[in-house]
Design a protein around this ligand. Structure first.
Ligand SMILES: Nc1ncnc2c1ncn2[C@@H]1O[C@H](COP(=O)(O)OP(=O)(O)O)[C@@H](O)[C@H]1O
Ligand SMILES: [Mg+2]
Length: 398
């Protein structure tokens, strides 16, 4: 049966893509049954009280007043959880006078868990009650698929491409380009990605060659920043997933970010790749600083160990890399880490985060993501605190 010949023409490649997309489409339909629409799971009393820090009596009286029927086994939708928070003055948000914070999840290594980290932070923040905008900045659209949208069905004008494609049609700058869509998770909005976003890089490159658009092209790194300003007032936290590249689009995302989460598996090749990322980031952002005549800081910047193998046989390398990381990044390397977890693999095989899953198996890794989210939130509140206390200036004068 086995033939030696493995020849393939372009038509075969196209066929593989088409055939595989059909498999994925039907899988996605199946996991979204029975309603076809994505739905967030319900929340029990214990989880709601843990989230809000409120006591039984608050729950009992709120349920009696708001939810008809027997109070025994009541479960709330996330929307109701957020209403419960608001009614008790417990829904968190950025303080008055503080700016929405944009966090990019970035590193040079594919498979570092950027997308998984971005998705889980977004879900953790939204469940806690923050208003979150999640942006898929990777043309591969992994995050988009995990959000229940098939990226190949997304029109480029509904993605970040809408922002960057203006670099060669500057007359469009008056019209808002970003249109966040609601998700099945209350408090979480989304901007998806599609493969055609790759063209944005050629568009920007071409604009540099065109004398009419060269000035705009030279300021390509500002266009996303400007567009985000138009929509971000409705949010507390903006999370941006990135592709592992220093493309024009990648650079714009990193420039638009206020803070960075850098996931890293504790292995030597991944440690090396993180150093390469640090160097590339420093160099490239340095060029933009010179062009823009500003000196900036990113805050918070956090290196997070992800996909950590806690088994005894991995201990030696893990320990070595942890030591290197601490002595490289100091306090930027967070103490909390995300373990390698079957629950992550099985929930993402159903295009869901572990926050969307019921049942005990996801509990442990969900606790790890919660710990990470809370550590990042502490750093975010630090930033917000200093914004409220300081005069409103973010960048140094030229
Ligand atoms: N904590 C984890 N445990 C197990 N598998 C994980 C974990 N985090 C990520 N993965 C898996 O690793 C792969 C790469 O993750 P992903 O977030 O897509 O990486 P990146 O965006 O950096 O390329 C995915 O298949 C994902 O399911
Ligand atoms: Mg990714």
């Amino acid at each position: 049966m086995a033939k030696g010949n493995l020849a393939a023409g372009t038509a075969d490649f196209m066929l593989w893509a088409e055939r595989g997309q059909e498999f994925l489409a039907s899988l996605q339909m199946r996991v979204n049954e029975p309603s076809k629409e994505r739905q967030m799971r319900d929340f029990r009393m214990k989880e709601v009280l843990a989230l809000t820090g409120l006591k039984h009596h608050a729950w009992r009286s709120w349920i009696a007043a708001n939810i008809p029927g027997p109070a025994g086994e009541v479960r709330l939708t996330l929307e109701q959880v957020h209403q419960f928070m608001s009614d008790h003055d417990r829904r968190p948000s950025r303080p008055e006078g503080a700016e929405p914070i944009r966090l990019g999840v970035a590193t040079l290594k594919g498979g570092a868990a950027k997308t998984i980290t971005c998705l889980h932070l977004a879900h953790a923040f939204a469940i806690q009650g923050y208003r979150v905008l999640l942006i898929d900045g990777d043309p591969q659209g992994t995050l988009t698929n995990l959000c229940g949208i098939r990226s190949e069905t997304v029109a480029p004008e509904n993605t970040l491409a809408a922002v960057f494609d203006r670099v060669d049609s500057p007359d469009l700058f008056d019209v808002p380009a970003l249109h966040p869509q609601k998700t099945h998770i209350d408090g979480l909005d989304f901007i998806p990605a599609t493969l055609q976003m790759i063209n944005s890089d050629f568009t920007i490159g071409a604009a540099f060659m065109n004398p009419r658009n060269r000035t705009v092209a030279q300021r390509f790194y500002t266009v996303l920043d400007d567009e985000l300003k138009r929509v971000e007032k409705d949010y507390d936290i903006i999370l941006m997933d990135t592709s592992p590249s220093f493309s024009y689009v990648g650079l714009s995302l990193m420039w638009a970010a206020h803070g960075l989460v850098i996931p890293m598996q504790p292995s030597l090749p991944d440690y090396r790749a993180t150093l390469d990322f640090a160097q590339m980031f420093g160099e490239n952002m340095g060029y933009i600083e010179q062009a823009a005549r500003v000196t900036r800081e990113w805050n918070p910047v956090a290196v997070v160990h992800t996909r950590v193998d806690n088994s005894p046989k991995a201990e030696q390398t893990t320990e070595l890399v942890r030591r290197f990381s601490v002595n490289t990044f100091f306090e930027h390397r967070l103490d909390v880490h995300i373990p390698h977890s079957q629950a992550v693999i099985s929930s993402t095989s159903q295009f869901r985060s572990v926050y969307e899953m019921k049942g005990g198996e996801v509990r442990k890794v969900r606790d790890s993501f919660d710990a990470l989210a809370n550590r990042v939130l502490a750093a975010i509140h630090d930033v917000w605190g200093s914004q409220v206390n300081a005069a409103p200036e973010t960048v140094a004068a030229p």
